[in-house]
Design a protein around this ligand. Structure first.
Ligand code: PBG
Length: 308
């Protein structure tokens, strides 16, 4: 009877698996603060991606970890940069079997770790960054990404990328906008996952955790600039924002169950303090209940197998 009257569905197709690929890696490298998640080699990425798609996940979000970094994040726009190379590998392997997504952001590629290029005073230069994002987005579309995920929270990033994609003939490449992204302590483990060089914080471009109204304004701006879907991030500490977004968004809403949320559950489960599988399903169900159409989660492939 509980099954009959259950209000919230949780299906593999609603889950997106974020994956890391490291340039020059000869074997997968564990990420200490995210037990079970690795920086892949090109080869292990390909295999894990095939397995995830077989398990039924709805999409893959790929992050690149370059070997060398510079002030402008050249590896992001270079067709031979690790992320673009990996996208090409995956598109060749998977074709249209899944939605292949790319992180469209510079932080993994810059030697200062910021999501954009810097101005003379060391602050992030919003408009100069837009030009790089536009170039990066086109490179990712050319490498085979179906959907781009601009995660840098620069003003105007969706419009700039949309225009560049259209000009380059990539009208069919979609944009999943990280619309409401908070300056969160929960990103901690991710910084290890991408060997982030960041000193300081992202408070000049990511949102204040106390602000909800601002998130709705960001969504409206992104939709007007051409976003095909919007995202709230992190998920668990922002379920109220997610609910509010789901109520007004004219496009599908994603939520990112981020690295710190993953690490908390894994650490507690490893200590025997939580029932791991029940906790994970409850976490993902709560994010769906709050209004997410899709969830980015490091548990995507594993959870998909339980749900099927
Ligand atoms: C930026 C980006 C971040 C995450 C996804 N994209 C880090 C940040 O903004 O500092 C975090 C994801 C996670 O914590 O799981 N490219």
């Amino acid at each position: 009877m509980r099954r009959l009257v259950s209000e919230t569905t949780l299906r593999p197709r609603q889950l997106i698996l974020p994956m890391f690929v490291a340039e020059g890696a000869t074997q997968p490298r564990p990420i200490a603060s995210m037990p079970g998640v690795v920086q892949h080699t090109r080869e292990s990425l390909r295999k894990a991606a095939v397995d995830a798609v077989r398990a039924g996940v709805g999409g893959l979000m790929i992050f690149g970890v370059p070997q060398t970094r510079d002030a402008v994040g050249s590896g992001a726009t270079d067709e031979n940069g690790i992320l673009n190379v990996a996208l090409r590998d995956l598109r060749a392997e998977l074709g249209d079997d899944t939605v292949l997504m790319a992180d469209t952001c510079l932080d993994e590629f810059t030697d200062h770790g910021h999501c954009g290029v810097l101005d003379a005073d060391g602050g992030v230069d919003n408009d100069a960054t837009l030009k790089v994002y536009a170039e990066m987005g086109v490179a990712q579309a050319e490498a085979g990404a179906h959907m781009l995920g601009p995660s840098g929270m620069m003003d105007g990033q969706v419009g700039a990328i949309r225009e560049a994609l259209d000009d380059a003939g990539h009208q069919d490449t979609a944009i999943l906008a990280y619309s409401a992204k908070y300056a969160s302590a929960f990103y901690g483990p991710f910084r290890e996952a991408v060997d982030s060089q960041l000193k300081g914080d992202r408070k000049t471009y990511q949102q204040d955790p106390g602000n909800a109204r601002e998130a709705l304004r960001e969504i409206e701006l992104d939709v007007n600039e051409g976003a095909d879907a919007v995202m709230i991030k992190p998920a668990l500490a922002y379920l109220d924002v997610l609910r509010a977004a789901a109520e007004v968004s004219p496009v599908p809403v994603a939520a990112y169950n981020i690295s710190g949320e993953y690490a908390m559950v894994e650490a507690a489960a490893a200590n025997g303090w939580l029932d791991r599988e029940r906790t994970i399903v409850e976490v993902l169900t709560s994010i769906r209940r709050a209004g997410a159409d899709m969830i980015l989660t490091y548990w995507a492939a594993e959870a998909a197998a339980w749900l099927d």
